[in-house]
Design a protein around this ligand. Structure first.
Ligand code: 13P
Ligand code: SF4
Length: 317
């Protein structure tokens, strides 16, 4: 028995002992994804957390994801293997900033990406993820102004898809996705003219890829703007033999398992999220042994945030 197999067996034993369900985001390390009960994108994992009957949820992901699970299941124990696993995008707006922005646009509907703190969610009308952002905005009457935060690239994508001019976008970004730039993507795409391009809407290069598809530099039918869950669905149905992937590199593990015959390559191999990678095998073992780190959201904040998160899990697929 290898050390890895022993570790995995111990994780599963401790999880059973605690009546815990292990959830892992698509950006987690391969060994964490493989030991988890469920691996998926942020929307799928929120839905699983909401529906789970387990007493404990162990969230292998970043802090706002664990907070979202706690908001949806206040009576459950929610653990994260390392509470320092933050998110640069969630840090790009706080509740005070959102309140000032709302004061400038009275009556506007606030749509916040799930990558926000619980305090920001408490100031929000509807949360969304990259899988359902377009559907969420479409669910809002056309004449209402919309404030979309915090990701400017996802906001630009939603504005493009809905054609909505009364949608105002906050200027936040994720340092990992913003770093995957247009020139790099163009160079890779031109060197691999047969490849599909799977691009996460948080990427700085998403807008330039669509311009290049529009002017014929890139083949339009190959450019796909997708959430991480959407990438997995597309991988199962594309006829392409190679795919260039513009998102955090952890995604390659699920893609390669879903479609082993396809050659998946990262557009930028350095696109690794240091927060996601804080969830190490040792951290997960400690978490299950010690019941730490526990994630709590003050009841009053959770109460105000819950409606916006419940709307998120009920809209879109
Ligand atoms: P999705 O899981 O919605 O694809 O989001 C990606 C992300 O950056 C989460 O941190
Ligand atoms: Fe946040 Fe970006 Fe890391 Fe996702 S990849 S957790 S958005 S910093």
């Amino acid at each position: 028995v290898t050390a890895d197999a022993e570790w995995a067996a111990e994780i599963r034993r401790l999880a059973d002992e605690r009546d815990a369900v292990l959830l892992a985001h698509n950006y987690q390390l391969p060994e964490i994804q493989d030991v988890a009960d469920h691996t998926g994108d942020s929307l799928a994992l929120s839905r699983i957390a909401a529906a789970s009957s387990a007493a404990t949820i162990v969230f292998c992901g970043v802090h706002f994801m664990a907070e979202t699970a706690k908001i949806l299941g206040p009576d459950k124990t929610v653990l994260i293997p390392d509470e320092r696993a933050g998110c640069s995008l969630a840090d790009s707006i706080d509740a005070e900033q959102l309140r000032s922005w709302k004061a400038e646009h009275p009556g506007a509907v606030v749509v916040s990406y799930v990558n926000t703190t619980a305090e920001v969610k408490a100031e929000t009308d509807i949360c969304c993820t990259s899988s359902n952002a377009v559907d969420v905005v479409r669910s809002i009457p056309a004449e209402r102004e919309v404030l979309f935060c915090p990701d400017q690239f996802l906001g630009a994508h939603v504005r493009r898809e809905t054609g909505r001019e009364n949608l105002h976008v906050w200027a936040g970004e994720c340092h990992v996705h913003a770093g995957i730039n247009g020139p790099e993507l163009t160079e890779r795409a031109e060197a691999n003219p047969e490849a599909d391009l799977f691009i996460h809407p948080e990427c700085g290069c998403a807008t330039s890829a669509l311009y290049l598809a529009g002017d014929g530099t890139l083949p339009e039918e190959r450019v796909k703007i997708l959430s991480t869950g959407g990438m997995l669905d597309a991988a199962r149905s594309t006829g392409a033999s190679s795919v260039l992937v513009a998102t955090e590199v952890g995604m390659l593990h699920q893609l390669r398992s879903a479609a082993p015959e396809i050659d998946f390559r990262a557009v930028n191999e350095r696109a690794s999220c240091r927060y996601m990678k804080m969830i190490t095998p040792a951290a997960l073992l400690r978490c299950l042994r010690e019941g730490a780190d526990e994630v709590d959201v003050p009841a009053e904040v959770a109460e105000r945030a819950r409606a916006s998160v419940e709307r998120m899990v009920s809209i879109g697929r």
